[in-house]
Each structure stands twice: as structure tokens, then as C-alpha cells.
Design a protein. Structure first.
Length: 149
């Protein structure tokens, strides 16, 4: 497991223990994991975003902190937010990330996840150019999410 995954899991455990909200000191967390503070910034900026269902506030300076809150959203809200955030194109890797987040947040079950990944896989769209593939994948993904709403 990569250090980023370990840090992410640690923060998620803190959120579970602290009723979906936690305050961390970046330097303390970096010291705990024996990494540079920028590694903590990377994890927070890539894995705790509004699209993934988190709100992050930060206060810089001597007594600075990072506050992370899990958004309390319904399945429909979460899926609609995703539909609105997906542009005209999406890669298979991006679909995988969305599906993983859906599973992590219990928005969909494993059967729905497998259907989403299968319908948008490169294998299904193999005869198309990359640009066309990503455009059609976005349309398929959005339409499937609309059905789930």
C-alpha cells in the first residue's frame, strides 16, 4: 500500500471516529507518517474533494489547521452532483475513480459498479478514436447515473 493510501485511510478513520468531521495539524500528521508536509497536502487535495463528498477548510499560520468534513448528501444528490461535474469527455480511469468513490460512500452496490465499469470500458468502445471514445463514454456514464437517480 502506498503512503498516500495509508494517509487517506487514517484520515477516513479519524472522520468515522469524530462524527464525520476532524481537524488535523499538517505537520503533526506528516511527522506521524514520517513524510513531508506536502505529501499530506497532496492526499487532501486529491482524495478529499467536494466531488468525493468532502469539504476542506484550512487555516494557515502558527496555529494553523486543516478541517475536513464529510458532506451529508443523499444518493440522488451525490449522483446528480457527479452528473453535473462530468464534462463532455471522460476517460475509463476517471470512471473507475468515480465508481470507487461511489462504492466507498455506499452510493451504489458492487453489481451497479460492475455494470458502470463494463459499459464504459475501453473494450466496448475499442473501434473508436480516443476523442470519440471519451465523448461516448461520458454520455453512457451520465445516462447510466441518471437511471440510478
Amino acid at each position: 500500500m502506498r503512503i498516500s493510501d495509508v494517509i487517506e485511510n487514517f484520515i477516513k478513520e479519524m472522520l468515522d471516529e469524530d462524527d464525520n468531521s476532524t481537524i488535523i495539524q499538517r505537520n503533526d500528521l506528516a511527522e506521524h507518517f514520517n513524510c513531508v508536509p506536502s505529501q499530506i497536502n497532496y492526499v487532501i487535495s486529491t482524495r478529499f474533494t467536494p466531488v468525493q463528498g468532502y469539504y476542506v477548510e484550512s487555516q494557515r499560520g502558527g496555529g494553523g489547521y486543516i478541517k475536513i468534513r464529510r458532506a451529508n448528501v443523499t444518493r440522488s444528490d451525490y449522483l446528480m452532483h457527479t452528473i453535473n461535474s462530468v464534462g463532455d469527455k471522460i476517460t475509463a480511469k476517471e470512471v473507475e475513480i468515480f465508481v470507487k468513490n461511489f462504492l466507498d460512500n455506499e452510493i451504489i452496490d458492487s453489481k451497479e459498479a460492475n455494470l458502470l465499469k463494463s459499459a464504459t470500458s475501453d473494450n466496448v468502445l475499442s473501434t473508436l478514436s480516443k476523442n470519440t471514445k471519451d465523448e461516448i463514454r461520458a454520455k453512457i456514464f451520465k445516462n447510466m447515473l441518471i437511471t440510478l437517480v
